[in-house]
Design a protein around this ligand. Sequence first.
Ligand SMILES: *[C@@H]1O[C@H](CO)[C@@H](O)[C@H](O)[C@H]1NC(C)=O
Ligand SMILES: *[C@@H]1O[C@H](CO)[C@@H](O)[C@H](O)[C@H]1NC(C)=O
Ligand SMILES: *[C@@H]1O[C@H](CO)[C@@H](O)[C@H](O)[C@H]1NC(C)=O
Ligand SMILES: *[C@@H]1O[C@H](CO)[C@@H](O)[C@H](O)[C@H]1NC(C)=O
Ligand SMILES: *[C@@H]1O[C@H](CO)[C@@H](O)[C@H](O)[C@H]1NC(C)=O
Length: 205
Amino acid sequence: MVLNYIVFIIFSTSLVLTNGNIGKCDLAIAPSTWLTTNATGILEYSTAGHPTNGNNYCIRQTETTNFLHELQVAYHIDLGNETYSKTLMKSVVRSISLDSQNGCVNNDTKVVYCFPLCLNVTLQNQVIESALKSNQPAFVAQDIQKTTKLNWAITVMQVDYNDPNTHINASVFLNPSAWCSVYVGIRPKLGFDYLYEIQLGKILD
Ligand SMILES: *[C@@H]1O[C@H](CO)[C@@H](O)[C@H](O)[C@H]1NC(C)=O
Ligand SMILES: *[C@@H]1O[C@H](CO)[C@@H](O)[C@H](O)[C@H]1NC(C)=O
Ligand SMILES: *[C@@H]1O[C@H](CO)[C@@H](O)[C@H](O)[C@H]1NC(C)=O
Ligand SMILES: *[C@@H]1O[C@H](CO)[C@@H](O)[C@H](O)[C@H]1NC(C)=O
Ligand SMILES: *[C@@H]1O[C@H](CO)[C@@H](O)[C@H](O)[C@H]1NC(C)=O
């Protein structure tokens, strides 16, 4: 079996400049534990766990003239009294043929691509199990909340793997107690492949 998409991940430890606003989230407000995602090529998204109309978890979607859906997400992360440095992840999709690349703990053969930034492997596995159940972001977001029972902000983005302009730039904390994201591509027995960027963050109240 070959993949018709692949996700390239580029890491950078360069300082993530957080300024400006995303929805009602003011990225200048202390503590400076804001994580943001700026993405193009998102077909659909859904959230669970927290409303997105507060000041600590916000989403803004912009329709641009070339029909790209640009999505921005902000999380004001609750790190408690710990300090963590931010890691920057940048990814693009490209159409080349390769064998399955599953870097995650879940070895279901329907997982044809998987890249975790989720150090809690129990949680990582739960997220992937939810992703395997449905190609509907709304179902997956609710299912993650139900199975993890975490009081975290949950964002499920369905990524267009056919669009060469698809980009996801995200800042993350490699902290198992406050962040988990999984980039997962699934080839169901029936129907089309689907690719999700799933993010879970413990946010300030
Ligand atoms: C996303 O865009 C905002 C400005 O709207 C910026 O402050 C932030 O650093 C960007 N995030 C990433 C991960 O590039
Ligand atoms: C992601 O970052 C790259 C620069 O590294 C930039 O060219 C691109 O426009 C950014 N994408 C988004 C969706 O912000
Ligand atoms: C951080 O908080 C925890 C629990 O609230 C406490 O046990 C720990 O000593 C604190 N650490 C620091 C460096 O303040
Ligand atoms: C998947 O992993 C489990 C436990 O790690 C193992 O028992 C099982 O054989 C693996 N299945 C496949 C298809 O590799
Ligand atoms: C890891 O995730 C599981 C499932 O959500 C949770 O029960 C456990 O407490 C988490 N472990 C840590 C260290 O956060």
